[in-house]
Ligand binder design. Sequence first.
Ligand code: ME8
Length: 658
Amino acid sequence: MCQDCKKKFYITTPIYYPSSKLHIGHTYCTVAADAMARYKRLQGYDVMFLTGTDEHGQKIEEKAKAAGVTPQEFVDNIVCGEKGVLDLWKLMNISNDRFIRTTDDYHVAAIQKIFKKMYENGDIYKGAYKGMYCTPCESFWTESQLVDGKCPDCGGEVHEAEEEAYFFRLSKYAPRVRELLTTTDFLEPKSRVNEMVNNFIDPGLEDLCVSRTSFTWGVPVDFDPGHVVYVWIDALFNYMTALGFENDRYNDLDKYWPCDVHFVGKEIVRFHSIIWPAMLMSLDLPLPKKVYGHGWLIMDGGKMSKSKGNVVDPYVLAEMFGVDALRFFLLRTFPFGSDGNFSNELLINTINIDLANDLGNLVSRTTAMVEKYFGGTLPAERQFADIDDELILMLTGLRDRYEAQMEKFQFQNALDEVFRCIQRSNKYIDENMPWALAKDEANRARLATVMYNLLESVRICATLLLPFMPDSCQKIFRQIGAAEEVTTWQAAKLWGKLPETVTVHKGEAIFPRVDTAKALAELEELHQQQLLAALPALETEPLSAETVEFDDFCKCDLRVVKVKDCKTVKKSDKLLCFTLDDGTGEDRQILSGVRQWYPEPEKLIGKTLVAIVNLPPRKIMWRDSNGMLLSAIHKEKGEEVLHLVMVDDAIPAGAKLE
Ligand code: ME8
């Protein structure tokens, strides 16, 4: 069919904030959208799959400042740099057709035009933004955001203030948006509709402040310098500018708009189901057909976040378990509309049970038996039995059952259908006992039929698994000798598409079993490293709140000492034994637990240190220790680091410190 005659399907993910590297939670939605896009392509649709990055806003401006780079340099690094957003989507085998960055020139210019249009049609007006203002942070806060009446960022005083700002007449569209949500399938799952109506629309929608003057990293309002467009307006319109709305860069608006579905995380459903349609209504533009609000991957009882140290690195997981296993796990384990508890155990179990045991075994047993009993190529003889009918019926009906679930974005249920067939096929092996049939040459036709039926089952299941595990399914096709024309959507509903005398190629195990204990230990080790890396590099003890009397302090006799000798202490991995010149003419011996930081004690000989010399003598490891050397301690990545206090070598031994 020619490209133009094909039915169109336009799907989007949210565009990500490149304020830090993405984690496994971010990959969830993109993997789901990718599976959906691949599924629609398999069905024969002309698909436009869009993802991208949302690069403006105060947060990015602040992070860039802290990193000492420009905001553009900052986002360029996270989007295009090593292991950045683009690298991650490549790694995860994401088949997006387009990638938009909101800093792209064509998008910026289009946003300016859109803002102006809404200003000209009266839906954007200039007003005053009132709130509690924190001067050092240059930020407005609402009463409810304040912490004990103070700025939630710096804890400082706030005062009532007003700032010129533009507003969008969101209130005007409340009745139409309410109707859209309550009388159509615009927003799914349905539970999210109640949330929007009860929590936001019915309590009263206020007009939305859509410009800022407190920072500059945004799309400038071209007719009023000093104002930048509110980041959500800039972000939401990406779905249309990426097709060519108000720009010449692309020309696909007529082809793909209105969008078939926006996949979004639950916390941004409000923006997509209230603000977005209202703005489109203001411009008299067709509304997207659907917004689907998916749940979060939860870890340790909460959302993944860098500050909690529970962020899971998709690079690590993909390297350990394989990209396809990871993609599959995300969509197989959690219902798309609800939250799901992510754990490494669950990931490994899913791989071992579904992929290694069920699917992997079916493929490897089947191909191994065809090789063993027929040298790899099936003979043409057939002998069908009643027991085959149930399998064939189940497999030829699979595509419709799968489709019904995929159309509702119920990936988990769709995969359930496929895996029921895989399990049924494994049972079919046990029922038919090919190893017993192989014992008698008279069963040759029956054995060939059993093998053929199994290969057909694998073919159909792998075709429907293509959107989830594209590379692995191609490997399966090679192993079972399935050419491209028998792995199509049409062929997935038909039995007997493999050649009668098909040749298999048994290869490596496609889904190797994971050694659970070993993998968990490795992941735990990596997690600990990650926690350490997340700690501030340098930690120092808080200053003591307790005061010390001057006279008490003066009682400490602190002297400059020179190291005459320094040795390790037998049977102690902590201690060093110092022989010191303290200016009295007699050697002073001090034992100090600093060996860990000075593994070559002889290098300390000749150094000028500071000791407190009037402590009562102590016995440490049966040796006398007369005093204590002063040292400076801090923590680096959670590890204590110690430095002996060293002073200028020009100071003579015995000099008193005051
Ligand atoms: O919200 N589980 O960007 P973002 C599932 N720029 N999904 C998660 C998740 C988790 N643990 N953590 C994050 C933005 N997400 C805006 C979007 S669209 C016009 C603008 C999802 O990078 C989150 O729910 O903060 C959201 O849908 C997406 O990642 C992007 O989040």
